[in-house]
Design a protein around this ligand. Structure first.
Ligand code: 5CA
Length: 450
């Protein structure tokens, strides 16, 4: 992609409304634009990251056995009256009437609708288990939308719903999502800790939040130091096997949100292992049994011929919030430092002198060989000053930058900068493409989780 034809409206000044790094950089790098409080347009650079995150989320959902569908953003109120949540949800729910005066709403979540979809067809335990998910925009009229995409009013969520015939099977579904979440976030270059959480308006008694540790996080959490840097399930992890060991490995050490904090249990954690930190909730999973299937009469026949309400769970990931969490976890004063797996492009190719024929020729050739190898290149081919180009590249946060100019080319060299460390090295033009392709592939491999 050539910068001259891309759309990258960067800002030099810090927007006054942005008080934390991720919000500031997303606005400054031209990733998002606020259209109303907590409502954003996704500009091309931001959208590319959003799509990469979605892709990882999808791959790990499918690996765990979930199947994708897509439900609408607008829902009829009737379904919510069946569960009792139309009145219970409160002013966070955006209520609308259509021209016929029918009550509708912009979905803040989808338990009712998915229950309605599944109850229409699933009548026997033989059709279970089922895990269905979608990635869809949600609306919650938050009292205090803030920190950009971190607490938006309109935001993108991945939500999965599990249906089982018994509590034992439902627990298996819960554990599958638990393991899938550990993998999902790690593949994005994020360390998350599952912590015991408050079910809130979704309901249930088995529920965990997945939290990224960050100073600017909105959640207060208490945890045992042993949970930091733990191994997660590898690519050969058997989602059909026994998942209890991985679950107890992660949940036997103390970890709780503020609301669930238990002073007695905390007292048993040795002082040197106690960590009281702030974090960003990027995922939340719930097992709530028959909370919706009971009132909505979503029932199946068991093997014994009994009719029982289905056992359900729901599992959310804050897809758009993840951009904020990722930047909070990876940035310096100049901008984000995207992990390669979610970076908007892998490489920023900076042409220092577009008017110089040789420089432009080398750049074009490099761009072509990298792209042919599947590497995503943002080719900085504008006539702006070098200083401006460098600052903008750092602000974009691409993992690698290649700087090509007439002076270096005279020596047969170009410069490679690693955004993560700031390290710069000269590399020979001749095998530059091969060298860079290998670098990017190695970086991607690191995050793929063997
Ligand atoms: N139905 C359940 C699970 S599918 C549910 O709605 N869970 S939730 O309320 O915890 O939301 C799931 C995830 O969405 C949260 O963990 C968080 O990462 C994200 N999220 C929630 N509210 C917002 C918001 N206002 N802005 C951005 N992301 C949000």
């Amino acid at each position: 992609m050539r910068l001259s034809s891309f759309y990258l409206p960067t800002l030099k000044e810090n927007p006054v409304e942005a008080t934390i790094a991720s919000h500031r950089f997303m606005l400054r790098a031209g990733m998002i634009r606020q259209e109303a409080a907590g409502i954003y347009a996704w500009l091309p650079l931001g959208l590319r990251v959003l799509r990469k995150i979605e892709k990882i989320v999808r791959e790990e959902q499918e690996r765990a056995g979930a199947v994708e569908l897509l439900m609408p953003t607008i829902q009829p109120a009737d379904l919510w009256s069946e569960s009792g949540r139309f009145d219970a949800y409160g002013p966070e729910m955006l209520r609308i009437q259509d021209r016929g005066g029918r009550d509708m709403l912009y979905g803040p979540t989808n338990e009712e609708m998915i229950t309605d979809i599944v109850r229409a067809n699933v009548k026997s335990y033989k059709q279970l288990p089922k895990m269905l998910y979608h990635i869809q925009w949600k609306f919650r009229d938050e009292v205090r939308p803030r920190f950009g995409v971190m607490r938006g009013r309109e935001f993108l969520m991945k939500d999965t719903y599990s249906f089982d015939a018994s509590p034992e099977d439902a627990r298996k579904s819960y554990l599958k999502m638990f393991a899938a979440y550990l993998r999902t976030f790690r593949r994005m270059g994020l360390e998350t800790i599952p912590v015991k959480a408050d079910p809130g308006p979704i309901g249930g008694d088995l529920t965990h939040e997945f939290v990224v540790l960050a100073e600017n996080g909105e959640s207060d959490i208490y945890l045992h130091r042993g949970l930091i840097g733990k191994d997660i399930p590898g690519s050969d992890f058997d989602f059909q096997g026994n998942l209890e060991p991985i679950f107890s490995d992660w949940t036997s050490l103390y970890a709780a949100t503020d609301e669930m904090h238990d002073e007695a249990a905390w007292g048993e954690v040795p002082d040197e292992d106690k960590l009281s930190l702030r974090g960003i909730e990027v995922g939340h999973i719930f097992y709530f049994g028959t909370k919706y299937s009971e009132p909505m009469r979503a029932r199946v026949q068991t093997a014994e011929g009994k009719e029982v309400p289905m056992e359900m769970g729901s599992y959310g990931i804050g897809v758009s919030r993840l951009l904020g969490a990722l930047i909070e976890a990876h940035h310096d004063e100049d901008g984000p430092k995207w992990p390669a797996s979610v970076a908007p492009f892998h490489i920023g190719l900076v042409n220092l002198k577009v008017a110089d024929e040789e420089t432009s020729k080398v750049c074009a050739e490099l761009e072509a060989s990298l792209e042919a190898a599947g590497i995503e290149v943002l080719y900085e081919d504008t006539t702006d000053r070098a200083g401006e180009k460098f600052a903008r590249m750092d602000l974009c946060g691409l993992p690698f930058q290649i700087v090509v100019g007439p002076r270096g080319l005279k020596e047969g060299e170009l410069e490679l900068k690693i955004r993560k460390t700031g390290e710069k090295t000269s590399i020979p033009v001749d095998n530059a493409a091969t060298h860079i392709i290998k670098l990017v592939q190695e970086e991607l491999q690191l995050l793929a989780i063997a």
